[in-house]
Design a protein around this ligand. Structure first.
Ligand code: GLN
Length: 270
């Protein structure tokens, strides 16, 4: 007869993986919360759950991010489905949501999230601002499928497929938000990010190519007086300030994330 193993015993293996992650993976396998797992550590685990847990733990040991193993990531006030087609939303990207909400009240407004991925920014904004019409675009059909699933129950959002703004009507948007790929090819941090789509992370020209494309396209997409809000890499703020200025943007403002790293920039057209 197979011997049953307790939650406590199961969680004791693979101590090189943080306990928090082992608990999250086991909770997900059991269909329970992490606090349930902590409170039931003398319960026994059936053989099937045990073997599913071991396989998922193995994926984690090989470097796969916890979010892909669980199939979701919490961002702002919601849980977002993610898969290998989408970047995993980062806590620092909440700065874009926070900045947009602080700047603009809940009055009629057309807002565009370029390169929406799993939809984290666009859906968070749409839920916080029911009077806004949020448009989210992405080049990747697989990303859009995930984003649409995440947007179920959010009425004020529409999705378009296209390369940056190509699917969007010119001069139709009052606020553009974008977290483009901005990591320089060959950057040492990329070795830790191999499970995520490099198309969402890496951009040529010292990581600035896509940021430059978005600035150029924003000139056509924004209505007069419209605002562009971009996330960027730790060493790109000065170059972007100049670029925005040279492209006719004014009221340039910069923002740092919770690590005090320069992380976002906003500017107004005209
Ligand atoms: N901030 C992310 C990271 O450093 C990169 C996201 C992006 O390129 N937009 O992992």
């Amino acid at each position: 007869m197979a011997t049953e193993i307790t939650i406590h015993e199961l969680l004791a293996s693979a101590p090189e993986t943080p306990l928090l992650e082992r608990q999250l993976i086991l909770a997900h396998v059991l269909g329970k919360t992490r606090s349930w797992v902590i409170g039931h550590d003398q319960d026994s685990v059936c053989e099937l759950a045990n073997s599913v847990y071991e396989k998922r733990l193995e994926r984690r040991i090989h470097g796969e991010p916890v979010a892909y193993i669980l199939g979701h990531k919490d961002f702002w006030k919601h849980r977002f489905a993610v898969n290998k087609a989408t970047l995993i939303p980062r806590p620092e990207t909440e700065l874009l949501v926070e900045t947009a909400l602080a700047a603009f009240p809940d009055t009629t407004k057309t807002v565009l999230d370029l390169g929406t991925g799993c939809g984290a920014i666009a859906i968070s904004l749409a839920n916080e601002r029911p009077a806004w019409q949020v448009i989210a675009s992405d080049l990747s059909a697989s990303s859009l499928a995930v984003a649409k699933r995440n947007a179920q129950g959010t009425p004020n959002i529409r999705f378009f497929q296209g390369n940056w703004g190509e699917a969007i009507k010119p001069r139709s948007v009052e606020l553009i938000i974008c977290n483009p790929p901005y990591i320089e090819p060959g950057d040492e941090h990329l070795s830790a990010l191999v499970f995520e789509p490099s198309s969402a992370l890496v951009s040529p020209c010292k990581g600035l190519h896509d940021l430059h494309t978005v600035i150029k396209e924003a000139r056509d997409l924004l209505a007069d007086g419209g605002t562009l809000l971009l996330e960027h890499g730790y060493n790109q703020q000065d170059a972007l300030c100049k670029r925005l200025h040279n492209h006719g943007f004014t009221h340039i403002e910069t923002y740092s994330d919770l690590n005090q790293t320069p992380r976002a920039i906003s500017a107004q057209l005209g």
